[in-house]
Design a protein around this ligand. Structure first.
Ligand code: DX5
Ligand code: ZN
Length: 242
């Protein structure tokens, strides 16, 4: 396979940090294309797609067809797909074909050597690979394989629904993971992110902030302000891996 995608990948070669990934789980699904376009115009760097299968997480959300519809509506967008499913290997090809740029799966679903192999399959299909941990999962479970991933995603809520409260206790795990990452690897926080919690995450070492209800729960004209609050004050010289 060619690795041309690597130099164009917004996660490994970000224009700025932190990146804000607008999670469309809280968007108005009846107007999804417009909502995606609006979030990007308001300054979101990535769109975050939460895929749940009713097994790994107690909700059913979006599949490859929806991803394809988003890709068609916003052809230039970077699609950050978060697989909260028990068998992520079944969905790599369908989501990459549907336009996903990046796929994150959970270490609670696939671990160890199997997780490393799956990361290889994701890259082979043409996307970058991320590994996620639930709030109760220890950092060690990803640290032993972290070199094989372009991103680590730390959950600051239990997977399932948007609009939950940020769990600050996961920040210790963020600090531990950040200490083991290369400059070209990203660390995403997901769950309960607004301006205040986003700032704590960036201080602890996160450089990608996924947020649903704080962005889409606000009126369209307020979203650029919210996204800039989440991004926080920009620091010079913080663009790594570019
Ligand atoms: C939770 C999802 C999150 C969710 C975040 O299971 O993985 O991406 O959309 O929603 P907020 O930002 O509202 O907590
Ligand atoms: Zn998510």
């Amino acid at each position: 396979m060619g690795l041309e995608w690597v130099v164009h990948n917004l996660l490994t070669h970000p224009r700025r940090l932190p990146l804000v990934s607008a999670s469309i789980l809280s968007a108005d699904f009846a107007r999804l294309g417009e909502e995606c376009r609006g979030a990007l115009d308001a300054g979101a760097d990535l769109l975050h797609l939460d895929v749940m299968d009713g097994h790994f997480a107690p909700n059913l959300t979006m599949g490859p067809d929806l991803c394809q519809a988003v890709r068609a509506a916003v052809p230039e967008a970077f699609l950050d797909v978060h697989l909260m499913v028990t068998e992520p290997n079944r969905y790599v090809e369908p989501f990459v074909r549907a336009g996903a740029d990046h796929l994150t799966f959970h270490v609670e679903a696939v671990r160890g050597r199997d997780a490393v192999a799956l990361a290889g399959s994701i890259r082979g299909a043409g996307a970058s690979a991320g590994i996620a941990l639930n709030p109760a999962t220890r950092a060690q479970d990803v640290l032993e394989i972290v070199e094989h991933f372009e991103m680590v995603l730390v959950m600051s809520v239990v997977p399932g629904f948007s609009g939950q409260t940020f769990m600050g206790e996961v920040l210790d795990k963020v600090r531990e993971i950040r200490a083991s990452l290369r400059a070209d690897q990203r660390l995403e926080m997901d769950g309960g992110i607004d301006g205040a919690s986003g700032r704590r995450c960036v201080e602890a070492g996160c450089d990608v902030l996924a947020s649903a209800s704080a962005i889409f729960g606000r009126a369209a004209h307020e979203r650029s302000g919210v996204i800039e609050e989440i991004r926080g004050p920009s620091k010079s010289g913080n663009v790594a891996g570019s």
